[in-house]
Design a protein around this ligand. Structure first.
Ligand code: AHR
Length: 684
């Protein structure tokens, strides 16, 4: 049968490719010739419709200050930053630095500055809500003149471009001195360098309430492109109206136009970068950030829904407070807007611990509580409006149930000794309530003390942050994985992976981020190694159903973990789509409906790695080829000796001399590096 042949190359090599491959069904490249047969269907397998997706958790300010489009930092004084470190003689990590010196993680005024003659303080006597008890108090002295108010410096700046911005805030006046007064607010976008006002809107003059807060809303039509992102969002008043008054403010918010125009939605350029990749699913909300640094700090989905003023936020796992503005419903709408599948991580009764690696486990006889949390979450997602949580979802503006087909039990729960009983409780309970959902286990055989028995129909999520050669050596790892491990009915999800450091003679990944070994940004060599690993998944679609690079997003002003796939700042022109982004872009956009064996007629794998898919409807065959260049110095013991086509012998872990997984310490190891959010001292 004649088909069009498209070869997609990822190359880093100094040797030239011989010959042309386009339009030929056999080709020479660096001494290798292969044949692809689409007529012999015996080796064809259906490809996975879910091969490439997104892993997302709020890390590196990927959510707040990242894809969650809110431009105001510290908008509701929910909590502050902290840094953990090790102390000689003590196990685990300790809080070694805290933004709030007296109450670690407590509220701060970071990110805010006064305008004119005002005094700014935090106040807890006039809470906006139970969830948001701390507000900003603004005292305007009796002698004040001119413009008075305050401004926010954004997430290390604010991007100002021609578009409509949506602003809102809650305000309350202090009764004793606010008698027959009225107030006129102006909201504006300004340069933090020159004070120039780019755009502003003046609200109708009003008499503020003195008992309950009022929410004020405005749009700002902006027609200019600011020369840089050193801009602020200001809320100001006229001292002639407000001198001598005291006001309370909370939940100040500013949104640009968002992805698919969602209220409380996603930053457009970052969301579009994901869409452009052709991803098929979103795994959320973690990652470690699901589990919490204590049981109480776990991701409590029910505290992430409803009006923003009722969301307390939480201490995230990555050194900063999460607003939870990007909550469960927003994640589901994210999937809806991208037409991708939600893969929801449910809390499984294990939380990390700042003070050690051991963590906290729920006892077996209380697992029903943990299961109930997960069942409630699924009812919120899928229940009809006659159910408690389905009705709540309708009240939140989304009466139509979402479709949830994948649920993951915990995250890397092999860290805990108790996963066997927790997995059983969760699997049995979830399956009984939702027989059609595919349940993903976050552990299989990583813990030396047990192997999880994975029922047919489940998926194992395996995570790898490694050196390049590790991924190269795993090209054929999944070839006979199901048969070799007795998991014929089990799939695999390469749920988090990326090259973490350069190759070392020992092959042991050093998680202390030594600058001479650690890769701080994805490199071509990272992309190649990751791509070879992904090819191994593509040619085993019966086994490897899903994959996702991690972490995906990083605000360049704050990192917990590097490298990351996409880096960005407030300035949308500074977004960097890395080499690791582009290999996934190529792989996920060029997929077929059948994986097709490639038979080498001369030569062998290495330096070429390949897989091939047939797009029946388009009558095209896509051949993906990665070429390992001289920069990759293989560790001879780890080098794959692959010689044949699918199916291939399973590269047994026990006989491999590569580093054995797992050996990765977690939580305490990623050092937080951050630039300071601008201080609250105005520069003009
Ligand atoms: O991606 C960073 C972290 O790595 C994730 O939170 C966790 O699942 C893994 O250990």
């Amino acid at each position: 049968m004649a088909v069009d042949l498209f070869a997609i190359f990822l190359v880093v090599t100094q040797s030239a490719l011989a010959g042309s491959i386009a339009g030929r069904q056999g080709y020479d490249a660096a001494g290798v010739e292969v044949q692809i047969s689409i007529d012999d269907t015996s080796g064809h397998n259906d490809t996975s419709p879910m091969a490439y997706g997104i892993m997302f958790e709020d890390i590196n300010h990927s959510g707040d200050g990242g894809i969650y489009a809110e431009m105001v930092t510290n908008r509701a004084f929910q909590g502050s930053n902290w840094i953990t470190g090790t102390v000689p003689g003590l196990d685990g990590a300790l809080i070694v630095e805290s933004e709030n010196p007296s109450v670690p993680l407590g509220p701060v005024l970071t990110g805010w500055g006064p305008i004119g003659d005002v005094r700014m303080t935090l106040n807890t006597l006039h809470p906006l809500s139970d969830a948001l008890p701390t507000v900003m108090q603004i005292d305007v002295p009796a002698y004040a003149t001119g413009e008075v108010g305050f401004q926010n410096f954004g997430w290390w700046g604010m991007d100002v471009r021609p578009q409509t911005y949506t602003a809102s805030f809650y305000a309350l006046a202090n009764e004793p001195r606010y008698m027959d007064n009225s107030t006129t607010f102006t909201v504006s976008l300004r340069s933090n360098l020159t004070g120039e006002v780019w755009a502003s809107t003046t609200l109708d003059t009003l008499r503020l309430p003195t008992l309950d807060y009022v929410q004020l809303n405005a749009t700002i039509e902006n027609g200019v492109t600011a020369p840089n992102s050193n801009n602020t969002f200001a809320i100001t008043m006229d001292a002639s109206e407000v001198a001598g008054q005291t006001f309370y403010f909370d939940l100040m918010s500013l949104f640009p136009e968002t992805f698919r125009d969602r209220k409380n939605g996603l930053r457009k350029d970052l969301a579009e970068a994901y869409v452009d990749m052709g991803v098929k699913f979103l795994r959320f909300p973690g990652g470690n950030n699901l589990e919490g640094v204590s049981v109480d700090a776990r991701w409590k989905w029910w505290e992430t829904i409803g009006p923003l003023k009722d969301r307390p936020g939480r201490l995230g796992d990555w050194g900063y407070f999460n607003t939870d503005g990007l909550g469960l419903l927003e994640y589901l709408e994210w999937c809806e807007d991208m037409s991708i599948e939600p893969v929801i991580g449910v809390y499984a009764g294990f939380s990390l611990d700042i003070y050690g690696q051991v963590g906290t486990d729920w006892p077996e006889d209380r697992m029903d509580e943990v299961l109930d949390e997960a069942l409630g979450l699924l009812e919120y997602c899928m229940g009809d409006t006659s159910t408690k949580w389905g009705a709540m979802r309708a009240e939140h503006g989304h009466p139509e149930p979402f479709d949830v087909n994948f649920v993951e039990v915990g995250n890397e729960d092999w860290f805990s000794a108790t996963y066997p009983y927790r997995w059983n409780a969760m699997y049995n309970g979830l399956k009984a309530a939702y027989p059609d959902i595919t349940i993903i286990s976050s552990a299989f055989d990583e813990n030396d003390d047990y192997t999880i028995s994975l029922p047919d129909g489940t998926i194992w999520d395996t995570h790898h942050y490694e050196e390049p050669q590790y991924f190269i050596s795993r090209f054929d790892f999944y070839d006979n994985w199901q048969a070799e491990t007795g998991n014929e009915g089990v799939g695999v999800f390469l749920g988090e992976f990326s090259v973490y450091q350069v190759d070392t003679p020992s092959g042991v990944v050093d998680y202390s981020n030594p600058p001479n070994l650690h890769i701080f940004h994805p490199r071509m060599i990272s992309a190649l190694a990751e791509a070879v690993y992904a090819l191994g998944g593509e040619r085993n679609p019966n086994t490897v159903r899903m994959s996702a690079y991690a972490p995906t997003l990083q605000n360049f002003n704050w990192y917990n973990w590097t490298p990351d796939m996409i880096g960005f700042t407030a300035d949308v022109t500074e977004t960097v789509l890395s080499t690791s982004y582009w290999w996934q872009w190529m792989f996920s956009r060029f997929t077929g409906s059948k994986s097709v064996p490639i038979v080498p007629t001369s030569g062998d794998f290495g330096p070429l790695y390949w897989s091939s898919q047939w797009h029946e409807a388009a009558n095209k065959v896509y051949v993906k080829v990665c070429i390992k260049g001289i920069a990759l110095q293989p560790n001879a013991d780890c080098h794959s000796s692959s010689t044949s086509t699918i199916p291939r012998p399973f590269l047994s872990r026990s006989t491999s001399t590569c580093r054995t997984w797992p050996s990765m310490p977690r939580f305490s190891q990623p050092t937080i590096r951050m630039r300071q959010i601008p201080s609250s001292t105005p520069t003009w």
